[in-house]
Design a binder for this molecule. Structure first.
Ligand code: ACO
Length: 330
């Protein structure tokens, strides 16, 4: 049976650590407020002109090395990000140039926090059909250059960090380690978490007046997103498990998207999972959106939390709204 497996992983975080106290120097906030509401203690921010593809490049080098292949062996680069280097072309093309792999197919996906989950399922399908053998799925974000660094944006700015995580998905001729994915979206709620500008649906995509109105910064109905995340994530985890006759008790490790530690604690409680069954690292990195799951999965592997044969579930919820889960037999 032809199947797919993750053959190598890598991740990269910028060196600059920004603590909650650092934020409190220019935003009216406090370490206590941020830790109590989100669990976040610090995050990483880039310095100078650094794009999502620069972070992705570092994570990709590590993933390719672990997979034992060269960039030119890839059939496709799938790049998940909400913070592309430039408006177009996509960051997958920029990363392909950095990797010196001309001819390799490129695909950018814009599914925010669920980007890696969607990307993994796309790679899985291209491999299972026999069309491709090695696909890079990378999630990378530079949030720090797009956040409102004033008290006006404090509800969002304190949440986000920069980083990248990458996985090489390869064909297996004997079995499939990626068992399944369940993907969902509700576009009727696209505007409860979004960045509006630059907007092609406006006659002028961006003007000085629009900038004065802060329409180029993220806006979020945080309570609404929180409420829906704690329901949708357990539901999609159950959905992907049930399709294969498993229950939450069969999970060896759940790697949830890292948006808020309180969300992940409520998801774990709802699924009746023990602490040992869930991996969180949001305390150190904040929400790195499309990068959060591959960074957390790779850290979990490096910490010895994932062993051969383990049942691993990846689950995400975020802007779009989008949500989904992957089921993997490691
Ligand atoms: N520091 C101090 N006070 C703050 C801050 C801050 N950083 N931000 C907001 N406040 C204040 C508000 O002004 C408000 O004050 P008021 O009562 O005087 O009006 C008070 O704190 C409470 O604000 P809420 O927004 O109601 O706080 P809440 O408890 O809902 O927590 C949070 C906010 C942490 C953002 C939470 O709603 C959350 O985590 N939501 C989900 C986020 C998420 O999952 N996003 C999806 C992923 S991101 C993606 O897909 C791109």
């Amino acid at each position: 049976m032809r199947g797919s497996r993750i053959s190598g992983m890598g991740h990269y975080l910028p060196e600059r650590v920004v603590t909650n106290d650092d934020l409190a120097k220019f935003i009216d906030t406090s370490n206590e407020w941020i830790v109590q509401r989100t669990g976040i203690e610090e995050r990483r921010w880039v310095e100078g002109n650094v794009g999502a593809s620069d972070l992705a490049f570092e994570a990709t080098k590590e993933a390719l090395e672990e997979a034992g292949i060269k960039a030119s062996d890839l059939d496709m680069i799938i790049f998940a990000t909400l913070s592309p280097d430039i408006n177009f072309p996509g960051s997958s093309c920029i990363l392909q140039k950095m990797l010196n792999a001309p001819g390799v197919a490129t695909l950018d996906i814009r599914n925010q926090c669920t980007g890696f989950v969607y990307g993994l399922s796309i790679a899985d399908q291209f491999i299972k059909t026999g069309m491709m053998n090695n696909i890079l799925v990378v999630g990378a974000e530079v949030h720090s250059s797009g956040l409102d660094m004033s008290t006006r944006g404090r509800d969002v700015t304190v949440l986000f960090g920069d980083g990248a995580g990458a996985a090489v998905v390869s064909a297996s001729e004997t079995d499939s380690r990626i068992l399944d994915s369940k993907l969902h979206a509700d576009g009727t709620q696209y505007d409860i978490l979004m960045v509006e500008l630059p907007a092609s649906r406006l006659k002028e995509r961006i003007t000085a007046d629009m900038l004065d109105d802060a329409r180029h910064y993220p806006v979020m109905d945080g309570r609404n997103v929180f409420r829906q995340a704690v329901t949708a994530m357990p539901a999609v985890v159950n959905e992907v498990l049930e399709a294969h006759g498993y229950t939450p008790q069969d999970i060896d490790l759940l790697v949830p998207h890292q948006a808020n530690l309180r969300i992940n604690q409520m998801v774990a409680r709802s699924l009746k999972l023990t602490q040992d069954q869930v991996f969180n690292n949001i305390m150190r990195y904040g929400n790195t959106t499309a990068a959060s799951i591959p960074i957390a999965l790779h850290e979990a592997i490096q910490a010895g939390r994932v062993k051969d044969g383990d049942l691993v579930v990846l689950a995400a919820f975020g802007a779009g709204l989008t949500w989904g889960a992957n089921l993997i037999r490691w």
